[in-house]
Design a protein around this ligand. Structure first.
Ligand SMILES: [Zn+2]
Length: 408
């Protein structure tokens, strides 16, 4: 319950008990109480009606008419907080971006050289193309480049027409791709579970047994499976004014997963967890903190129960940075299980990650308002933990990465 809701409920209770209308003029409250005009009572749930806000317990008011109310888009107050700002253009230790979508930047030596220039200025030691295998066609260009140890490529699995005979072909393709240089499977997209259909037309569940031979093969080939399941939980909820992703959902129609048309958030999580548990000898890297960065205790329990599961922090920085103490504690406790990854390749955004992970700066903006209208705080992680998250864990679980040349 929010603080204003608590006071609202108290206000209603008090009003009820003493039998006095809370909106009655009370000279002791003075001008600040809103002059007793325009005030209305909260509803039975203690909520103020639309267009009003609680100014005193039990009293909701609308802004005065000469101040038109800005929309969520237009209200951008400048902060008056004077506080330290640490510039973090470059990661403190060479970072491996485990969640790169860079296939289009690897196709020529010139493109690779341009990407290296960005990576050097950001402190990225290595990028993995988690583009489902589309960078495999550039593997010779990468291998003959002076930067061959700065990139690795994952392959994909084609989930079209899963049914009898599918797995044999998928496993054979996987073996060929690993021979060609793939160091893992990924990114397996959220479509698996949300949209992909089997040959018989039914939804392909994340734990469908017909895919078991592929996950088992990944274990046998000692390649990690980098997989994205579901989406943030609010994407499955009604798009009302209680939804903390309202702005994003109002902007992007393809991020809405209404009940009746799509499986539910928890249904997908349950399928995912069953699949991970079925294959304890296969290493899974769960993208985006499994969309549990908003519930780190839950994520911790998962990691405790499934030693074959690792997780990656792409696109959930807004949840870590709004709970800096809990996130710091979590990342220290699970320092052997978390990997750095960014997802969308946008050079201006990486420094936000370095700032949240490395500094103790306070109350600063995230890079996208529609993701997070709140502010972020630095976690100030110890160097030993940063090294694990930035590169040591990735190197440890991915035999195809360069195993030497990293700082001690
Ligand atoms: Zn991705």
């Amino acid at each position: 319950m929010t603080r204003s809701r608590v006071s609202a409920v108290l206000g209603v209770l008090v009003a009820g008990v003493i039998g006095v209308g809370v909106l009655a003029q009370d000279p002791a409250r003075g001008q600040g109480a809103g002059q007793g005009r325009g005030g209305v009572q909260p509803d039975a749930n203690g909520e103020c009606p639309p267009g009003t806000t609680m100014v005193r317990p039990g009293n909701c008011q609308a802004p005065q008419a000469q101040y038109p109310v800005p929309s969520i888009l237009d209200y951008r107050p400048r902060t008056t907080l004077v506080t330290a700002e640490t510039r973090t253009p470059k990661a403190k230790f060479p970072a491996i971006d485990y969640h790169g979508h860079i296939a289009g930047r690897l196709s020529t030596p010139e493109a690779i050289a341009a990407l290296i220039k960005d990576m050097d200025s950001l402190g990225l030691g290595l990028m993995i193309s988690a583009d489902g295998g589309s960078a495999l066609r550039s593997i010779d260009t990468i291998k003959s480049s002076p930067y061959k140890d700065r990139f690795r490529v994952m392959t994909g699995v084609n989930f079209a027409n899963v049914g009898p005979g599918w797995a044999e072909k998928a496993v054979a393709q996987l073996e060929a791709d690993v021979k060609a240089g793939a160091v893992g499977i990924g990114e397996i997209s959220k479509s698996l579970g949300l949209r992909t259909r089997k040959a018989d037309g039914s939804r392909l569940a994340v734990d469908d047994a017909e895919m078991d031979p592929v996950w088992a093969a990944a274990g046998r080939l000692t390649i990690p499976v980098f997989i994205h399941t579901a989406e943030p939980q609010e994407f499955f909820e009604p798009i009302d004014y209680k939804n903390e992703r309202w702005l994003e959902l109002s902007l992007f129609g393809d991020r809405r997963y209404p009940a009746g048309q799509f499986p539910r958030f928890e249904e997908l999580n349950a399928e995912r967890d069953r699949m991970y548990k079925k294959h304890p000898k296969t290493t899974f890297v769960m993208a985006h903190f499994g969309w549990h960065a908003n519930d780190l205790a839950r994520l911790g329990k998962m990691l405790d129960a499934m030693p074959n599961v690792y997780t990656e922090m792409g696109a959930v920085l807004y949840d870590l940075g709004r709970q800096p103490r809990a996130a710091r504690e979590f990342l220290i406790k699970y320092q052997d299980r978390v990997l750095f990854g960014k997802d969308a390749y946008e050079t201006s955004e990486y420094p936000y990650y370095w700032r949240v992970l490395e500094t103790t700066d306070e109350y600063f903006d995230y890079y996208r308002d529609y993701h997070a209208f709140w502010k972020l705080y630095g976690l100030g992680l110890p160097d030993a933990v940063l090294k694990k998250i930035y590169y040591q864990n990735a190197v440890k679980i991915t035999p195809g990465l360069p195993q030497t040349g990293w700082p001690k």
